[in-house]
Design a protein around this ligand. Sequence first.
Ligand code: 3HC
Length: 685
Amino acid sequence: MTDLVTTRIDGEIGLLIVDSPPVNALSHAVRRAVLHGFEALTADVTVRAIVIACAGRTFFAGADISELGQPEQSPGFNELFNRIEASEKPVVAAIHGTALGGGLELALACHFRLAVPSAKVGLPEVHLGILPGAGGTQRLPRLIGIEPALAFIIGGRPIKAQEALDQGILDAIVSEEGLQEDAIAYARTVLSEGSPVVATRDRTDRLANPDGSSLFDDYKAKNARSFRGFKAPDLIVEAVQAATELSFDQGLARETSLFRTLAAGTQSAAQRYAFFAERDALKIPDVPSDTPTRPISSVGVIGAGTMGGGIAMCFLSAGIPVRLVELAQAALDRGVAVIRANYDASARKGRLTTEQVDRAMSLLTPTLDFDSLAEVDLIIEAAFESMAVKKDIFSRLDALAKPDAILASNTSFLDLDEIAAATRRPEQVIGLHFFSPANVMPLLEIVRGEKTAIDVIATGMQLARKIGKKPVLSGVCYGFIANRLMDPRLRQAEALTLEGPTPSEIDRVIRDYGFAMGPFQMIDLVGLDVIDRDSNARSLRSDLVALDRLGQKKNGGFYDYDEKRKPSPSPVAREVIETFARDEGIVDRATQSDDQILARLLYPVVNEGAHILEEGIALRASDIDQAAILGYGWPVYTGGPMFWAGTIGLDRVVSGLRELQARHGDTFKPAKLLEELAAKNQGFA
Ligand code: 3HC
């Protein structure tokens, strides 16, 4: 009928097939084509039931995210879905791949839902800062009940077909290969058996709620911690509550109004931006997506410390055998024990089965034999952060590694090109920079050296995804993207506390902004002796370390801790801060407003991001935002530092930096790129 929709008639059954690559997003054009095709089948008197299916890799992946936040064009979602639901001819949704967001909502408006065993269904809107705005909050509770619907929508996690069948979202699971034929047969059975066709909107049996509004208030209170900062979850609760208190049409209107509020807000704009940023980060202009990659079926990790162990776990969990190399048996044993303990903890929490743990551990070969690395496809060095040590390791690797092996360093700060120069194959050297804890944090910086070959980069990017990481490409500089970007926040936090605001005040402002913890809490957690250990200059940290205050692990740091690790302001730390301030000649200590604290800590991060972009270390501003969100827990609903700067106005950031520059010097000098964009009233995107 159109390029987007074809219809076919098989006896009494009309089949409507949508084909809008890559993921059949329900753009305005697709909705129009579906409505048109649906009306044609409805008008055909020979058709008594309708099957809706999709071609390509998946059922509808939901609304076209790039259209969200704009006025909805006709036919709107509800116009189309209400039309489908009101059909007198039974409508069957035939699902393969993933039915997500508006895609699942379309299926919920159909009278029957079938899926192949490998299919998944979900309402992931919450991850985009919105709520299901096409009837999902009204129809799902009618199908599966209130609390399961709340958990499903607020969790945003797609579930497998079998679970969806058990919950009552699906009516049947059909054969993997014959979806359309099975759906047609199902529709025929519905007709022949005269099965009752009940519109989801008319179901009320699952909506009973003896607890009244307290159920919803309790739900909000119980989840307040995980909802913190996000606007969508509370409004999702309100929308589901409306399903229990209002008629279907009134509930739908309430959902629309709440949806529009969220879709028009900054949080959703930021989260939609982050969705595309994650995908854009995979695109490297001179490394086309069809670049051949090297097979990696075994990995060597040098160093069984915290980083090395965590890195090894990433590969073991992905089913890739790892040789873990250490210098001494005791260190090796310790490293293996930590890996085992981490896996056991995951099993205890129900995240892994004991079989999965056993399988992962069986893929680990701990060894003191450096030469055995000659057999593996990829070697990752996670040794002590010293150039001399790394050069020595890489020259030894050069002598023994397979000719086409990839040699990677997990260095956080050192010059990858200098490390690569210790080999005769710098084109095979790459940085794979994991974030601690490496088995948990989603970011993996793929560091591209001056000579790193294209296929080595492509392999790194592909491998990252294979082990469940989100890669961001970085050029070579001190600290690469994420650590370099965030370093000013740490420095300014310390500088600022000398001027008056306490560590607790500064941490609170950063938490209120949306971070899980403030910079001083972070230093205490990581250990004062760990951060910046290569600097010899006197600092607040070095003064505290001199008193044997190493953070949570020993004697407290910027805070004191009780036996349950609950922090309280530390009189000792206050004394250290005041002494340091006096020594620095800072006498005029005073409190500052939250806005001043925020500007002091975060504007320099934006400025550093602008330098990173100017120097070509990051390919695009959104890669910097990804690195901050995934590596440092920057609140995703602000979009990351570069996006956030655009939302508050780059001119405001520039004038804030200029003020700080006038008071504190050129550390705060705005980057040229930042000034230029601000002058043109543009954002980084
Ligand atoms: N809208 C627009 N573009 C989309 C899209 C969507 N809903 N879903 C995916 N795309 C694009 C991606 O940006 C990517 O584009 P690119 O190739 O140019 O980078 C391309 O489609 C392929 O996507 P992936 O790389 O993510 O492909 P995968 O095969 O890895 O994953 C997927 C497929 C599971 C469908 C995944 O793309 C996904 O999760 N999509 C988003 C699903 C979603 O959030 N739906 C809810 C939308 S909001 C909504 O429906 C509102 C409603 O309630 C009114």
